[in-house]
Design a protein around this ligand. Structure first.
Ligand code: IMP
Length: 213
């Protein structure tokens, strides 16, 4: 029999310095009465993401924040995996935008590489957003969940909402890119949304296991 999941309650740290992710995670946690402070607000450092997978990197971030704060820590490692590019940029999604976090340039790089691959129709432009979530407690206990959303990369990018690669990502079965969706359409949980994004899907698994409304 597998061990029971540990329940998450009270005050926690969100182990991110990315304002886009912080906003989404706060919105996801708010309806569960979780009092979430960010790693940035606590002045915690950012550990080096040396893992080989989204899961490894989420664990590194959650463990570092739990150890430094003495609170349960919630981390997401996520990114865009493009089929025609062998899963790139993947765990390097943030890095492709450079020090200046220029996602217009990162999206242009992906588009140029897709053009080099002759990826001129939707079937050749498939991609997934992936989110690995980890909650680490100061005593070493871990809870881990993963969510993905499939879609097609469009060009030119569409919309100014969201962050990162959102304007290029058209989720399957939808007519608006993530960049054209409201926050509720992208990652709202039922009844406000349908839990569409990779992060919302991973979060719904976590909520089912570790959170009570
Ligand atoms: P990290 O998890 O902090 O290493 O960075 C993940 C990177 O993946 C972000 O900086 C974005 O570039 C990209 N990414 C992850 N989730 C999303 C999303 O929901 N929309 C757009 N880009 C995303």
């Amino acid at each position: 029999m597998s061990a029971p999941h540990r329940q998450l309650a009270g005050r926690i740290v969100i182990a991110t310095h990315n304002p886009g992710k912080l906003k989404e995670m706060r919105e996801l946690l708010a309806s569960y009465g979780i009092d979430a402070v960010s790693a940035g607000e606590l002045g915690l450092g950012e550990p080096e993401e040396t893992g080989a997978s989204f899961r490894d990197n989420a664990r590194i971030k959650a463990r570092a924040a739990a150890g430094a704060s003495g609170l349960p820590a919630f981390a997401d490692d996520s990114g865009l995996a493009v089929d025609a590019l062998g899963g790139a940029p993947g765990i390097h999604s943030a890095r492709w935008a450079g020090e200046d976090k220029n996602f217009a340039r990162a999206m242009q790089m992906i588009e140029s590489m897709l053009a080099d691959h002759g990826a001129d129709r939707p079937a050749l432009r498939q991609a997934q957003f992936v989110s690995a979530l980890c909650v680490a407690w100061p005593d070493g206990h871990l809870e881990e969940f993963e969510g993905t959303v499939e879609g097609t990369l469009v060009w030119p990018p569409r919309g100014t909402a969201g962050f990162g690669y959102d304007p290029m990502f058209l989720p399957d079965g939808h007519e608006r890119t993530f960049g054209e969706m409201t926050a509720d359409q992208k990652h709202g949980l039922p009844p406000n949304g349908q839990g569409l994004s990779h992060r919302a899907r991973a979060f719904l698994k976590l909520a089912g296991a570790c959170l009570k409304r």
